[in-house]
Design a protein around this ligand. Structure first.
Ligand SMILES: [Zn+2]
Length: 388
């Protein structure tokens, strides 16, 4: 959280602390550790945070998979991002990725422009990563990325995708990165809070994410930390907020080590948009309850498509949806045969639907609706495809 006084936004309820954990039995899945989502807004800097967040409750050592990269649509978008980021970098230049996961994205970027990659990922598993690195000049450090450790590699580009929203003190991280040598390009990407607000997507809020940003508030946070912001935008069809910025060096002012601007001012219109978006989320919860109750009264068998974070949020925060949904399917083979954390719904391969077709398929992430409808047609399943 930032260090300014905050206002309460919404208490959404209790969710599993980890959305990506894979459980091998429904009982295990149901007895997972839980935590509350108490959203607050800082009227000074626009930061949205979970006031109930406690980092000591998180433990990333379990069987964990949150990968989006199985979707063809996501892969196409990501290839475009790789091309953009590689532009203007000389062969042999160093790219540092903070929170590089399995190293797959960093390897792709390095292969594209003949770059040297250094990734930081605590708990990095080289066995799972092997295939993805595929000959790229990439080293992964099994540790957190401190500004000193990043600076030691003299990077031309620093990438941090889906990292900032996990940090209880994001301002400290930004201030540390802003103090790298002048002229280092930085690409930061987080889930776009706008995407949740516009769609009333309560399932986009999760315990692991203690901070939430729009493109506007993320850009502002980087400016206050001392970066020169080139571009702050919503990307991947509004799902991500991304900022491209350049370090101006330690002498640029910024917020220094504290990482909290003393006198920030975020556009009041942006604050109002955030407040009314949260109200829309409360309305959507009512619509979800009504729709799933209606279908349940009709005796429909409903399958949810997508075993990821959004499904975990939906099933745990909307009891009516958990009662109505019979089964979850997912194209990610690692998820198949596991059970949804918190509720114990089984996750299977979509192919099971052809032998036992449901009445309706709930599309958890409407961005994938066309893709899912196509796959259902290929499976010969004529179910009512819907989302709320
Ligand atoms: Zn603040």
């Amino acid at each position: 959280m930032c260090a300014h006084p905050v206002e309460a936004l919404a208490s959404l309820g209790s969710v599993p602390v980890h959305v990506g954990l894979l459980w091998r039995s429904p009982d295990e899945a149901r007895s997972c550790p839980r935590g509350d989502l108490d959203l607050v807004l800082c009227p000074a800097c626009g930061h949205v945070a979970n006031a109930a967040f406690d980092p000591t409750r998180l433990d990333y050592t379990g069987d964990y998979d949150n990968a989006l990269h199985h979707s063809p649509r996501f892969l196409r978008w990501e290839a475009g991002l790789v091309a953009d980021l590689a532009t203007g970098l000389a062969p042999g230049a160093t790219v540092v990725e903070v929170g590089c996961g399995d190293g797959r994205f960093l390897a792709q970027l390095c292969r594209r422009a003949d770059l040297r990659g250094v990734g930081f990922e605590p708990g990095f598993n080289p066995v799972r990563a092997d295939a993805g690195l595929d000959g790229a000049d990439v080293t992964v450090v099994d540790d957190f990325a401190t500004p000193e450790a990043v600076a030691a590699h003299a990077p031309a580009l620093v990438v941090a995708r889906h990292v900032l929203e996990h940090l209880p003190a994001p301002g400290d991280f930004l201030a540390g990165m802003a103090a790298l040598a002048p002229g280092v390009r930085v690409y930061l990407e987080v889930p776009d809070l706008d995407f949740a607000l516009v769609r009333g997507a309560l399932e986009d809020f999760m315990y692991e994410h203690c901070g939430y940003y729009t493109a506007v508030t993320l850009g502002a946070a980087l400016r206050w930390a001392g970066f020169t912001v080139e571009k702050a935008e919503s990307t991947f069809d509004g799902m991500f907020a991304a900022v491209t910025a350049t370090t101006a060096g330690p002498a640029a002012g910024g917020t220094g080590g504290a990482g909290v601007p003393a006198d920030p001012a975020v556009d009041p219109g942006e604050l109002e948009r955030i407040r009314s978006g949260i109200a829309a989320i409360e309305e959507r919860i009512e619509r979800l309850v009504a729709e799933f109750a209606r279908r349940r009264r009709q005796g429909q068998r409903i399958v949810a498509w997508g075993g990821g974070a959004r499904t975990v949020g939906l099933l745990n925060l909307v009891a009516e949806a958990a009662l109505a949904i019979d089964l979850v399917v997912d194209i990610n083979p690692r998820k198949q045969g596991t059970f949804v954390t918190g509720t114990g719904h089984a996750i299977r391969a979509p192919s099971v639907l052809s032998t036992d077709p449901p009445d309706a398929v709930y599309v958890v992430n409407p961005a994938y609706r066309d893709e899912i409808t196509e796959m259902l047609t290929e499976l010969g399943v004529a179910a009512d495809v819907f989302s709320v």
